[in-house]
Design a protein around this ligand. Sequence first.
Ligand code: 5GP
Length: 196
Amino acid sequence: MAISPNNPGLLIVLCGPSGVGKSTISRDLAEKYSVSYIVSATTRPKREGDDKGKQYQHISKDEFFRRLEADEFLEYAQNYDDYYGTPKHPALDLLGTGKDILLEIDVQGALQVRFQYPQCLAIFILPPDEPTLLRRLEARGRDSADEIAKRFRAAKREIHMAKGSRTFDYMVINDDLHLAVEEIIKIIKHKRSGGI
Ligand code: 5GP
């Protein structure tokens, strides 16, 4: 099935820099609101702490490129040396049956989704401020100091890019998880009732 503006489900894109709390927000949102979380495929090997973060289907680069050639991804992106992609199925099947779906992806992916599906709801999650983001990256305790510095730099670039683009309908600050999720649910309901 092709992606079409007539699909009755709402395609929700949740974006934000590393360490901002996207995965926690997605999990909480999926518990409180009826939305299907789409598991991404990635060539990134499993790493410690993955069970607490975003869920993935881990595949080889050969498999990723085979699926890319076969047009099996709704969008995809390269981050450092690895590839990440949203499988078209089950995403489009669920949308077609009227289910709201949630993609937790990066800005490169959000741009592609916005282009193909202008009616999507794209939300960017911001940290309260930069020192808080740095503290959160450090507190995850899963990355080396070099990796944290790299992710922090990338996060600042991503925030700058998101603020300067017209891709996102809303920016939500994740200071308090509960309040951020409540705000996102309000935004989804507003969009669902015909609002922008
Ligand atoms: P990580 O390796 O830290 O789990 O993810 C690295 C980056 O890839 C994050 O910004 C994450 O949001 C993004 N990402 C994860 N899955 C996908 C996907 O399916 N598509 C795109 N475009 N980005 C993704």
